[in-house]
Design a binder for this molecule. Structure first.
Ligand code: SAH
Length: 218
């Protein structure tokens, strides 16, 4: 895939329209909308497909994986209530679009991908775009114990159950956002850690993610 980093008026215009669409679909957090309005999503696409980059759809990125639908990215990000300086663990880097949105919100991002080819590609592309998370290659279903605890954890692949190990890596007051279900559909679940061994769980809308594959997952 040949990358090209040019942000033309056509792409900027399409991005603005995407932000309007997400507002209509119920995304209300201004900071999240502003971040979507800033990150050039077409940079993750081959130029042949730039006309697809600002549609509100998921799109194949190779290795059987997808760049998440913008609505899904905005939805999960909104649930995280990111504050500047939050330490965030993202499980499922993929192409890194969600990573860029978190960085735009001022988070310190630790992101892990299990597929080496995607990892190798993303560690090149993101710094080129000016985004500098901490990248990890491996099984994120176990979290990353060495850098825990985190203020927020976001899982961008569908899990069969909530890996308990992730709850242990959250700060008190921290939030985990994870899609949970079978391979056909998952419910978005948010968990707020109110005290050591005390959690508030909310089950929200239905989504469809690629599976979270690993020791504590599929
Ligand atoms: N965050 C991406 C979406 C990536 S799709 C975006 O912004 O578009 C989900 C990703 O999770 C895939 O790249 C998949 O390879 C990865 N994944 C699945 N199981 C994983 C695991 N156990 N650890 C780390 N990454 C995993």
């Amino acid at each position: 895939m040949a990358y090209k980093f040019i942000d033309n008026y056509r792409e900027r215009g399409a991005r603005k329209q995407l932000v309007e669409l997400l507002k209509q679909k119920g995304i209300a957090d201004h900071a999240v909308l502003a971040a979507i309005g800033k990150v050039p999503r077409h940079y993750f696409f081959d130029e042949t497909f730039w006309n697809q980059a600002y549609k509100d759809i998921a799109f194949p990125i190779g290795e059987g994986q997808t760049i998440s639908q913008p609505y899904t990215v905005a939805y999960q990000t909104e649930l995280l209530h990111i504050k500047k300086g939050d330490k965030v663990l993202e499980i499922g880097t993929g192409c890194g679009y969600q990573t860029c949105i978190l960085l735009e919100l001022g988070a310190k991002v630790y992101t892990i991908e299990r597929q080496e080819k995607l990892y190798e590609r993303t560690i090149q592309v993101l710094p080129h775009m000016g985004y500098q998370p901490k990248f990890f290659l491996g099984d994120g279903s176990k979290g990353i114990a060495a850098d825990a605890p985190y203020d927020k954890i976001i899982v961008t692949a569908g899990a069969p159950t909530i890996p308990e190990i992730l709850l242990g890596q959250l700060n008190i007051g921290g939030i985990l956002v994870i899609p949970v279900g079978d391979e056909a559909a998952q419910k978005m679940v948010t968990i707020l850690k109110t005290a050591e061994n005390d959690y508030e769980k909310i089950v929200l809308d239905t989504f469809r993610f690629v599976p979270l594959v690993g020791e504590k997952a599929w």
